[in-house]
Design a protein around this ligand. Structure first.
Ligand SMILES: [Fe+2]
Ligand SMILES: [Fe+2]
Length: 152
């Protein structure tokens, strides 16, 4: 395992192995991509982008916040809710708080990732800005079927 993968897994293992996160493998995010794959992609792309741009980040909080940013735990295509986009950051945060001990940055990442849709919830730390941007980038790749992340 490359060195960075072991660092990633050290930060991510308990979240990835939780039964709730495992269930998100059966929830579709965009196209053929599950919420699980989307969340892992957002976490990996966020740390890769921070490294490439030499942005100083709290690595562990970035990984954990990114993995949990869509921890809403339902398939939003069932009973499609027009307000899912607005509501799910708060639902994800409530779910994540029940299972994991979240620090301030991790809570910020989850709660603010849909900005500017949730217009008053402006990201207030670098890690939350990164996830907010990379989430949109990954969502675009998924919606346009450019990637199904088989390489991750
Ligand atoms: Fe989201
Ligand atoms: Fe997302």
């Amino acid at each position: 395992m490359p060195k960075d993968d072991s660092r990633f897994m050290e930060a991510a293992a308990d979240i990835l192995s939780s039964s709730e996160m495992q269930k998100s493998k059966s929830h579709v995010q965009h196209g053929r991509v599950s919420v699980y794959s989307h969340s892992v992609a957002v976490a990996k792309y966020s740390v890769a982008f921070a490294r490439k741009m030499r942005i100083k980040v709290d690595y562990r909080s970035l990984v954990r916040g990114a993995l949990l940013h869509d921890f809403f735990l339902y398939d939003w295509h069932d009973d499609w809710d027009k307000l899912h986009g607005f509501k799910h950051p708060r639902i994800a945060l409530e779910n994540a708080k029940k299972l994991f001990d979240l620090n301030k940055k991790e809570r910020e990442i989850i709660r603010k990732h849909m900005w500017p849709m949730t217009f008053i919830n402006i990201p207030r730390c670098r890690e939350a800005w990164l996830v907010c941007i990379i989430d949109k980038y990954c969502s675009m790749l998924e919606t346009l079927k450019i990637s199904s992340y088989n390489d991750l």
